[in-house]
Design a binder for this molecule. Structure first.
Ligand code: HEM
Length: 265
């Protein structure tokens, strides 16, 4: 349904050739039983899951609320859509076009991972540019810049969820989760998590900005994660439920600190 969730096969990718180990890689793991991980590899994977799995979704939810606070019309439209939903189940939320569009547009403007990279595995001619990328070169892909390229995105800096309601963009102009055989393994899980959290928050609370927005980020970090959003946005309970409950919802979703600046890091 959503472009960013197309599988590698949908996009015409033959992933097997890309993941077969090179002879050098084979020699590095010589003597190690196939399919096993060393303690270092296990630790590294555990760390990666923590960083990749928490900061990314947390930053996206914070940014979505931030953009919706700036665009009251979008927030109202989303609220109206959520009212039509008969229970926030996986099946219902996955079909909410505007909710998905809001998340996708947030990921376009504020991709948690601003850049990705690949190592070139063979000399590669770049079309008819006269440029050949030598084997072994690390190629950096600046996802943030790609998402704001006016050649692909009209009014690239504006928050316009509608562009994702019936998406027409080139699939590789939109890479919040990467692409190909090493695409984010948590993509579907993350989308579900974000849909659920935003739906629960936005059908109960109305968010407005409490002060002029100034977002600050960690310099040099590939993660586009706001340091804190102290004082912004402000939330008002639509159904007059206590503020305590809002905290609980955020707690349950592990998202307390970023959106409201209660415990900034
Ligand atoms: C908004 C949420 C998320 C975003 C935007 C995101 C983005 C990304 C991106 C751009 C990559 C690199 C893909 C590539 O190089 O093509 C990646 C890789 C990865 N992500 Fe995510 N991610 C998110 C959530 C998650 C979650 C929830 C998990 C785990 C539960 C996760 C686990 C991983 C792992 C393990 C990799 C490395 C995959 C590999 O190298 O084979 N991510 N993610």
């Amino acid at each position: 349904m959503i472009d960013s969730e197309k599988s590698n096969r949908d996009l015409g990718y033959d992933s097997s050739s890309d993941v077969d180990p090179t002879p050098e890689e084979e020699s590095q793991t010589a003597g190690q039983p196939k399919g096993s991980l060393t303690p270092d590899e296990l630790t590294a994977q555990g760390m990666l899951l923590y960083i990749a799995g928490y900061d990314t979704t947390s930053a996206t939810i914070a940014h979505a609320i931030y953009y919706l606070s700036q665009h009251v019309d979008c927030q109202t439209r989303l609220f109206e859509e959520l009212k039509t939903c008969n229970g926030f189940t996986y099946d219902n939320l996955v079909h909410l076009k505007y909710l998905n569009a809001v998340i996708n547009e947030t990921l376009r403007l504020a991709p948690p991972l601003t850049r990705g990279n690949r190592e070139c595995r063979q000399d590669y001619k770049l079309g008819n540019t006269g440029i050949t990328i030598p084997k072994g070169t690390t190629v950096e892909i600046f996802i943030y810049a790609l998402h704001r390229d006016p050649d692909f995105w009209p009014n690239p800096h504006d928050f316009i969820p509608d562009r994702f309601v019936e998406p027409t963009h080139h699939p590789y102009a939109y890479l919040p989760f990467g692409a190909g055989p090493r695409v984010c393994i948590g993509q579907r899980f993350a989308m579900n998590e974000m849909r659920m959290c935003l739906a629960k928050l936005l059908h109960k609370y109305e968010f407005t900005l409490a002060q002029p927005p100034v977002l600050d980020y960690f310099r040099g970090s590939p993660l586009m994660s706001p340091k804190n959003l102290i004082g912004l946005p402000y939330y008002k309970d639509i159904n007059d439920i206590s503020y305590k409950e809002a905290d609980d919802i955020l707690d349950q979703s592990h998202r307390k600190c970023h959106s409201f600046g209660k415990t900034p890091y």
